[in-house]
Design a binder for this molecule. Structure first.
Ligand code: SAM
Length: 196
């Protein structure tokens, strides 16, 4: 891996696609140890694919802390939090709520509906193993990323990418300490010197 130095001013701090929608991901049923890796992946995908925050429910472990540390290194204002009462969180959500499930309506229709309704603040709920039945009626929309069972990580990535129409991949993450310099071969990383 080669490294170079540059300053924060070298980068456009434009927030990118994530300004179009304010997306929060709610991960239901996080279980200690067992789900740590998947929940971390849910956090990584949420951040990299344009969501602004991840809410974990279930067990409170160091997943939230490790996601916060990652955001400090790689930039952006991504937030990770733990909430105890997910029902209240969904009930009091001020915006549109979407549950990703293989039993939901077709992804294309779901995204069209969100666009037609001019949804801006979107809560995306994903499960772990089995979700409580009531989530299907608590949310505004149940959307399927295909009607086959797969994974919350895959469902989330595809949903966000369709919502942002691929633009989220070109977001600049402000205040990063490290930044990748894309290259055809090898690993090039820049250390960014922030002024503050
Ligand atoms: N049979 C389970 C179910 O209720 O969907 C699959 C559980 S899966 C291991 C965990 C999570 O992945 C689900 O709660 C859901 O959020 C997501 N998921 C799995 N397949 C999906 C699909 N085809 N479309 C949307 N979300 C899906």
């Amino acid at each position: 891996m080669t490294t170079e130095k540059s300053t924060a001013e070298d980068f456009d701090p434009s927030p990118g696609a994530s300004e179009k929608y304010d997306v929060t991901v709610l991960r239901l049923g996080h279980r200690l140890v067992r789900d740590e890796r998947i929940s971390t992946h849910v956090g990584l995908v949420s951040r990299a694919f344009g969501a602004k925050r991840l809410i974990l429910t279930g067990a409170d472990d160091h997943t939230v802390d490790s996601l916060r540390r990652l955001s400090t290194r790689w930039g952006g204002g991504f937030q990770a939090e733990y909430v105890k009462n997910w029902r209240d969180f969904v009930r009091h959500w001020q915006g549109t709520s979407v549950h990703l499930t293989m039993y939901g309506e077709d992804l294309r229709n779901g995204i069209d509906r969100l666009k037609k309704d001019k949804a801006r603040k979107i809560l995306v709920v994903i499960g772990a193993e089995k979700v409580p039945k009531e989530i299907y009626t608590l949310v505004d929309l149940n959307i399927a990323v295909g009607n086959q069972p797969h994974s919350e990580v895959a469902a989330l990535a595809v949903f966000l990418d369709r919502l942002f129409m691929g633009e989220e991949l070109y977001t600049t993450f402000g205040n990063a300490r490290l930044r990748v310099k894309p290259s055809l071969r090898g690993k090039k990383v820049e250390f960014v010197k922030n002024e503050n």
